[in-house]
Design a protein around this ligand. Sequence first.
Ligand SMILES: Nc1ncnc2c1ncn2[C@@H]1O[C@H](COP(=O)(O)OP(=O)(O)O)[C@@H](O)[C@H]1O
Ligand SMILES: [Mg+2]
Length: 306
Amino acid sequence: MNEVIHAAGLKKRFGSSDVLNGIDLTIYEGEVFGFIGHNGAGKSTFINILTGIINKSGGSFTIMGAPDQNLDKVKSKIGVMPDISNLYDQMRGVQFLHYMGKLAGDKRSKQDYIALMKDVGLEGAERKKIKSYSFGMRKKICIAQALLGNPELIILDEPTSGLDPESAINIRKLITNLQQQGKTILLTSHNLDEIDKVSDRVGIISDGIIKKLGTPSELKHNNTTNEINAAIRTSPGLTSEKLAELSATWDFEVQFVSSKKPYSVVKVKDDNDLAKLSKELIHSGIQLFEIRIEQQSLEDVFINSK
Ligand SMILES: Nc1ncnc2c1ncn2[C@@H]1O[C@H](COP(=O)(O)OP(=O)(O)O)[C@@H](O)[C@H]1O
Ligand SMILES: [Mg+2]
């Protein structure tokens, strides 16, 4: 598999704050890679370094084999939608794409630009001035702009944040279409649902490093540990306080996760502790009706990676 992006120990410091503490990441040709993290985690910083908007403080990276000191020869193969774009308010939608297309060496006809606007969900807005566009429409035209010049690598920073659900679905479809055309896509999001649906692999950034990396299903199965979330139905119901009281004398750790009536979700270290848990509950005189292993959601993985 060809490496499209390879980052090794990439660091960024703003003043006295270390935002990226050594990002190691490889993104392969043809994959949709979802980069997720909380607000302020450093997602845009990472992207802005890759695209040359800001300088790294340490480490190195290559894009399509070109080293970071010499990205010029691959720049024309990269399409970027930064988180904040300068839009030319006085231009009409299709005119903006035409203009940006010329800059990107794009050889499309006006009809093709109109088709592109349709693809991103901007049908009917071709001749409206960008200053009249809503937030969502601006977002869409920024995505269209990132596709100009037929780039091989498409980097989208928060493509669907702030979009209504229907528009977000359209953008997801567009991302899947682009992948089918053989493109490599790096997108960021703090919207887990979106990442889960479109990404082949996901990296979770926290504390300036990649805390978790894998396919959405690998992350959900939490394959890095044997920890189990178990949903338990008992009588009386198990509250956090009750569990704390009971477990004080147990020789294993059990953590109360949440209450999903009629279930209480608890976390244990592994299978053995799950067996111990059911034994101890019965031993304490609690009626145990049901115990089932909960598949983690990507959101659980995300929260646990803080
Ligand atoms: N130009 C800058 N100067 C100083 N601090 C910055 C700058 N850009 C980003 N930061 C800080 O770096 C951190 C990461 O920001 P960012 O990469 O935008 O996060 P994300 O995109 O994950 O929300 C934040 O704490 C932000 O305030
Ligand atoms: Mg950001």
